[in-house]
Design a protein around this ligand. Structure first.
Ligand SMILES: *Cc1c(COP(=O)(O)O)cnc(C)c1O
Length: 370
């Protein structure tokens, strides 16, 4: 850790991660699991998470080739799927050399594969991405048959193609979009042999009819809820990351005094206010409004006033505490989803922003690992 390291700690509970994995398995018993570990495992740490899932997950999903190479360099074997595929011939050479699976979503990638001379003996394992309405990446339905024909004629490509699509609105069970996307995917892939994959965490919970051959959970693995208004605990998921920072000061304020930049919070009564050594420079969301929950020991507290760069103030309520005591920003006792709602964002962004900046400690059955 550098000497500039901040006092923010992220405790990463690898047993909770494995618990969530098993919970997902039980929810989609007929499917294989492609566990998403992109973006530094949603801020939880790529390598420790990958090692904790090895022997459990059927495959790991990363965004780009460099992430996959980091896994291989750390000795992670097994199937790794690169969700954006390769960007150029050099990355394709690395895909071949390290036996990575690739998602193919654009015609330029087909051209690159067509001139590939380095394929592994069994051919590059290709997952063909179909854009059924998300309109981010993927082949438009009317272009899929031609892409399949081209791939089938390439010596460097494994003839067992797989097919996938991604939902735009699965976090909103009331949306009709998911049903339309499933229909489009079914119609587009009808008649093609090969495994299929549609579901992210939200669809895994709400669309058992679309589980197909592979499910692709991300956020549920990390113990947050993928569905607005549906608490993670009710789904049987356990938080993996618990983010804490120490109290560095305690003050007593009179009723009517204001706290922090802009003076946006006025003490409604005489109040004991704590200052915590974490702010938006550490990845805590600046938009977390007054009232956002925290916990001090097992007592509830709440943000008071605007979040600063490296400090924030909290109403200590009746918590018995002194400077140096840890305050939990999210995790055990404070659901990240609730914090995210108060900050008008999603748990994904909280984890990705704060996890990599914190001093991460890994906890498992064997105790604290580092
Ligand atoms: C990130 C990602 C997922 C996982 O999404 P969650 O909402 O975190 O479950 C699944 N599929 C694709 C293509 C992704 O990019």
């Amino acid at each position: 850790m550098s000497s500039l390291a901040r006092a923010t700690h992220a405790r990463i509970d690898l047993d909770a991660l494995r618990h969530n994995y098993r919970r997902i398995r039980a929810l989609a018993p007929a499917s294989r699991v492609l566990a998403m570990v992109k973006a530094d495992a949603y801020g939880h740490g790529l390598l420790p998470v990958a090692h904790a899932l090895s022997g459990l997950a059927d495959a790991l999903g990363v965004a780009c080739v460099p992430e996959a190479l980091a896994l291989r360099a750390a000795g992670v074997g097994g199937r790794i799927v690169v969700m954006q595929g390769f960007k150029n011939a050099d990355e394709l050479a690395a895909v071949c050399a390290h036996a990575l699976d690739v998602v193919i979503h654009a015609p330029e990638q087909l051209d690159c594969l067509a001139s590939c001379r380095c394929g592994p003996p069994e051919g590059v394992a290709v997952w063909l991405k179909i854009d059924t309405g998300m309109h981010r990446i993927g082949f438009a339905p009317e272009t899929v048959a031609e892409a399949v024909r081209r791939l089938g004629a390439m010596a460097a490509v494994n003839p067992r193609l797989r097919y996938l699509t991604h939902f735009a609105c699965a976090d909103d069970p009331a949306s009709t979009m998911t049903a339309r996307q499933i229909e489009c995917f079914d119609a587009t892939t009808r008649g093609f042999a090969g495994e299929r994959s549609l579901c992210n965490s939200a669809a895994l919970l709400t669309r058992p009819d679309a589980h197909a051959d592979w499910v692709r959970p991300g956020i549920a693995l990390y113990g947050a809820s993928p569905i607005a208004g549906r608490p993670a605990a009710g789904i049987g998921l356990h938080p993996v990351m618990t983010l804490t920072a120490p109290l560095i000061a305690i003050h007593h304020h009179r009723a009517g005094e204001t706290i922090g930049y802009g003076g946006t919070f006025t003490c409604p009564r005489p109040m004991r206010v704590g200052v915590v050594a974490i702010g938006y420079g550490d990845g805590y969301p600046r938009h977390a409004a007054s009232g956002t929950p925290v916990s001090i020991g097992d007592r509830p507290g709440a943000i008071a006033g605007r979040v600063s760069m490296d400090m924030l103030a909290i109403d200590l309520g009746d918590a018995d505490c002194r400077p140096g005591d840890p305050v939990t920003l999210w995790g055990d006792g404070v659901a990240a989803d609730v914090v995210a709602t108060h900050a008008q964002t999603i748990s994904y962004e909280l984890f990705c922003a704060a996890g990599p900046k914190a001093h991460r400690k890994y906890l498992s059955l064997c105790g604290i690992k580092k």
